[in-house]
Design a protein around this ligand. Structure first.
Ligand code: ZN
Length: 463
């Protein structure tokens, strides 16, 4: 080594070593606990994810689970993260869980619920079963399932709150490559097909929780990819279910939780066999293992700040002529959508043209990490944009979609203007009138900025 090389090596080592600068910040005494409960339906149920299903579930590959990770700082601020091996989260499920946790002193703002979006889970939306003329007994069992699952999640949170113990938190990340953009431009518009040129987010963010003895107790990890490897009639967590299973098998006594990212326009490829779902699960678990062993990690400091707010998003409302055309369509799903809008017109005299309580959460761990949780099926543009905009000065940013209410697709302005399924076509499977207005992305981003500013104000007033 000559004298010129030495400083370069020191600079290299500082850049890639754990964040020594953060040791100057005040140490936070975190209290954490994690737990898990099986929520696998016991009887055959109608399954969500693919409208074209013709029959109920026939057994399961493995358990579907609800998991909880509670993180509390020494000021008592807390984040209760609930991850679910389910297609989505309905308003009914969110409200039922909120009611149970509020009774235990947990603020609804602190409750972050996230769905893996497995397409091999139960259909939670009883109205959807009824709208498409599926046997009504499955609508009744969907309602019962939602109620029972809310009770299980509530009990799991209660039990986990009693096990809080001193902990240290660390963030690191790796990569996994099986997600690919699924919006392929063609002369007929954007179709659902692998697009190697389309935007992706291959980050695997990992939150490592260790107890005071340095033992790994929980691993929260994310990825941006639809859980659509499988489309068969068995209940299964798809690749996120397998990834969690593999991590828990490798680390005895650890709870592994999957926090779904901005996966709306991302698919796992190749797909359609159980073996491939396991392979993608293993690929993601390998990413997590890499993130657990890398020396480039950040110890997370407090204080913790959590804010939740609601954006108002506007829809383009179709003309009465367009609605009538829909209601007379040969396509069942388009027809049912048109009929629903006609019913709204008849009963209310107008069509609901906005979604006024679109939930967004922002949690910040000291000056180290910001976690943003957005409602709906969020396209990847949001995580790419927010990581750039909020991630200045080595500040870490983690963006989750599929949080708190999975109503349908949330396009960026780009995807909205391009059209196709995620741009507005999928709205026909909902009771919302039509594609979002062009303000959609800025409304969401502005609400996130507002919550972010609120946290900065709180931080300066508590310092
Ligand atoms: Zn989806």
């Amino acid at each position: 080594m000559n004298r010129l090389q030495a400083p370069a090596i020191i600079i290299f080592a500082l850049a890639f070593w754990p964040n020594f600068t953060s040791l100057d910040a005040a140490e936070t005494s975190w209290m954490c606990a994690a737990g898990s409960a099986a929520i696998t339906p016991q009887d055959p149920v109608w399954m969500g994810g693919y409208a074209a299903r013709k029959e109920p579930s026939a057994g399961s590959v493995h358990d579907l689970n609800a998991k909880v990770l509670i993180i509390r700082d020494d000021q008592g601020e807390q984040l209760v993260i609930v991850t679910l091996d389910l297609l989505g989260i309905t308003k009914e499920l969110r409200i039922a869980v909120e009611e149970r946790v509020v009774a235990q002193g947990v603020s609804p703002n602190s409750l972050l619920m996230n769905a893996s979006h497995t397409h091999c889970g139960p259909e939670l939306r009883d109205d959807r079963i009824l709208r498409y003329g599926i046997d009504a007994t499955y609508a009744a069992s969907a309602r019962t399932y939602v109620q029972n699952t809310a009770i299980k999640i509530g009990n799991l949170i209660t039990e986990t709150l009693q096990r809080l113990e001193p902990a240290n938190l660390y963030y690191s990340r790796a990569r996994a490559g099986f997600a690919m953009n699924r919006r392929l431009p063609t002369e007929q518009g954007f179709i659902n097909s692998p697009n190697p040129q389309g935007p992706i987010d291959h980050d695997v963010p990992v939150l490592r929780v260790e107890n005071a003895q340095g033992r790994l107790t929980a691993v929260l990890f994310g990825y941006a990819c639809h859980a659509t490897t499988l489309s068969f009639q068995k209940l299964c967590g798809d690749y996120p279910g397998f990834a969690q299973q593999f991590i828990e098998a490798t680390h005895d006594g650890v709870t592994a939780l999957f926090l779904n990212g901005c996966s709306a326009d991302q698919n796992p490829y190749p797909r359609r066999t159980l073996e491939l779902a396991k392979q993608h699960g293993q690929a993601l678990a390998n990413g997590v293992e890499t993130a657990l062993t890398t020396k480039q990690f950040r110890k997370l400091h407090g204080p913790l700040f959590v804010e939740m707010g609601h954006a108002t998003l506007d829809f383009k409302v179709p003309s009465i002529q367009q609605i009538n055309e829909e209601a007379n369509s040969d396509n069942k799903y388009t027809r049912v959508h048109g009929e629903e809008l006609l019913r709204q017109l008849e009963t209310q005299g107008r069509i609901d043209s906005s979604y006024s309580d679109f939930p967004i959460q922002v949690a910040q761990f000291g000056t180290d990490l910001t976690l943003v949780a957005i409602c709906g099926e969020v396209v990847v543009d949001y995580s790419l944009r927010l990581k750039q905009e909020l991630g200045q000065n080595e500040h870490l940013v983690w963006v989750a979609g599929y949080s708190n209410h999975v109503f349908g697709y949330l396009p960026s302005l780009r995807v909205l203007q391009e059209g196709g399924y995620e741009g507005g076509g999928a709205m026909r499977y909902t009771t919302y009138p039509g594609p979002f207005e062009a303000t959609v992305e800025e409304r969401v981003i502005e609400k996130i900025r507002e919550l972010h500013r609120k946290i900065q104000t709180k931080r300066t007033t508590t310092q």
